[in-house]
Design a protein around this ligand. Structure first.
Ligand SMILES: Cc1cc2nc3c(=O)[nH]c(=O)nc-3n(C[C@H](O)[C@H](O)[C@H](O)COP(=O)(O)O)c2cc1C
Length: 253
């Protein structure tokens, strides 16, 4: 086991954090968590022997707001494990993009994985993931990472994906607030891009800043944040066939 690891995560709906935490528990006694989605937290530089970096997949890429935060890290040769977490559809260029950024920041990538969590827009897709089988496999991967770290002082990993990357997804809508909104401001405080504001007691969402990450939806204590019904319906239509699909995680060492 490592003694100390830094866990950098971007996880608006919680699936990436939950999945990454399973891995962290398998590799390190102490884990310092850094939320890349927090707007006011200064990004802490890695202090431990290992950095675990976990981000969700958005449109086959990594969220650009998370990428910008990662670009502030100084790896200085620190060992890293990179994880992308996706919602059963596909992870396409996300893991390659993550590894490029992390390597440019002078981390040494020892292991990478594409893991599966529930789809944060249509949660019936990948429902219950990560599950018991995921947990066992992720812990087995953690053991392999530890073994590799012991045997190979230098790390390097090849992952799938194409460069130039897939074009970044565009977002044409933002969540709305229902009448049951209590104007508590939670949606505004959890928004990683600052797209949601309370203005004179009314929730205002700036369309051009919203990345549709669902942080406001998942964190609303009144369950009063939802996608516009027509959009939710379109997403259910598009992703519906994946409800019966079980995608297996992939590991790279
Ligand atoms: C805007 C957006 C785009 C997404 N794009 C993809 C995708 O391209 N492929 C996929 O399999 N899942 C996709 N998902 C599902 C997420 O990758 C998945 O639910 C992930 O676990 C979300 O992480 P979180 O729970 O930490 O927020 C997308 C989710 C959102 C909100």
């Amino acid at each position: 086991m490592f003694h100390n690891a830094d866990f950098y995560y971007f996880s608006p709906a919680g699936g990436t954090k939950e999945t990454g935490e399973i891995f962290c528990a398998g590799v390190s006694e102490h884990v310092e968590a850094v939320n890349l989605g927090s707007r006011d937290q200064e990004i802490k530089q890695p202090q431990g022997e290992l950095a675990v970096i976990a981000v969700p997949v958005y449109g086959g890429r990594i969220p650009s707001v998370a990428a910008k935060k990662l670009e502030k890290l100084e790896g200085k040769g620190t060992r890293a494990v990179t994880l992308v977490v996706y919602g059963t559809r596909a992870y396409e260029d996300a893991l390659l993009e993550l590894n490029h950024i992390v390597e440019q920041r002078e981390f040494q990538v020892t292991g990478s994985a594409a893991l599966v969590a529930r789809h944060s827009i249509v949660p019936e897709v990948g429902a219950g993931r990560p599950d018991g089988q995921d947990r066992e496999e992720i812990l087995e991967f953690a053991r392999k990472v530890l073994k590799k770290a012991e045997e190979h002082p230098e790390g390097s990993v090849k992952v799938p994906g194409n460069y130039p990357y897939k074009k970044e997804m565009t977002v044409a809508a933002a969540p709305i607030s229902l009448d049951s909104c209590s104007r508590c401001g939670k949606c505004s405080s959890v928004c990683p891009t600052g797209a949601v504001r309370l203005e004179q007691g009314v929730t205002v969402t700036e369309l051009k800043s919203c990345i549709l990450c669902m942080a406001c939806v998942y964190n609303c204590p009144e369950r009063a944040r939802v996608l516009p019904p027509s959009m939710q319906e379109a997403m259910e239509q598009k992703l519906g066939p994946l409800k019966s699909v079980r995608r297996e995680p992939e590991y790279f060492l």
